[in-house]
Design a protein. Structure first.
Length: 188
């Protein structure tokens, strides 16, 4: 029996993780897709703001004087066990799964239980700025200062991806992400 396809997709805000995650699900008949933003919202039910203030803000708006990436890391830590359990369930059930979102960080999720581990990024500054204002988060307002923090997060995620041998895809280039994911699935 073949192992199910389990794909982790990380990347800074505005790199089309959600849009492309949906396209990948549809293209490869992946049964489930979970966004870490929704997992973060659910986790707030169990962790108060006084216990973890990092859960209660965007990745690019630290509640105190720390780097945007450190903020993201602290925001992501309480999500790890829930995401691990979702992946474990997919493995045990033999069902395919994509977990996508800014909270998927190389190193934090660097284990063999996922088939494919990817960081999406957008090298082109202006294109990324336009993408972050996109339709999947239509009510989110991004200031220029916040966008520069997003770019800092992206740079750090790329460093971590390189360190932990994750695939990276520049979505500002002329790339067919569906084809590229297909290659990774075949490579297994």
């Amino acid at each position: 029996m073949l192992d199910p396809i389990i794909i982790l997709i990380g990347g800074a805000a505005g790199t089309s993780k959600t849009s492309n995650g949906q396209r990948i699900c549809e293209s490869y008949n992946i049964a489930h897709r979970i966004g870490t933003g929704f997992i973060r919202e659910y986790t707030k039910h169990f962790i108060s703001k006084s216990d973890n203030k990092f859960l209660y803000n965007f990745s690019f708006t630290p509640p105190e004087n720390i780097s945007p990436f450190d903020n993201l890391f602290k925001q992501s830590q309480p999500l790890k066990s829930g995401i691990d359990l979702c992946i474990k369930r997919a493995r045990n059930e033999g069902t395919s799964l994509i977990v996508e979102g800014v909270n998927i960080i190389p190193g934090m999720y660097n284990y063999e239980s996922s088939s494919i581990q990817i960081i999406f990024y957008v090298n082109d500054f202006d294109q990324h700025y336009n993408m972050i204002q996109g339709k999947t988060h239509s009510k989110r307002i991004i200031s220029r200062d916040n966008f520069l923090k997003v770019r800092d997060i992206q740079n750090k995620l790329l460093e971590e991806a390189k360190k932990f041998n994750w695939e990276t895809f520049d979505l500002s280039s002329d790339i067919n992400i569906i084809t590229e994911i297909g290659k990774l699935i075949k490579k297994g």
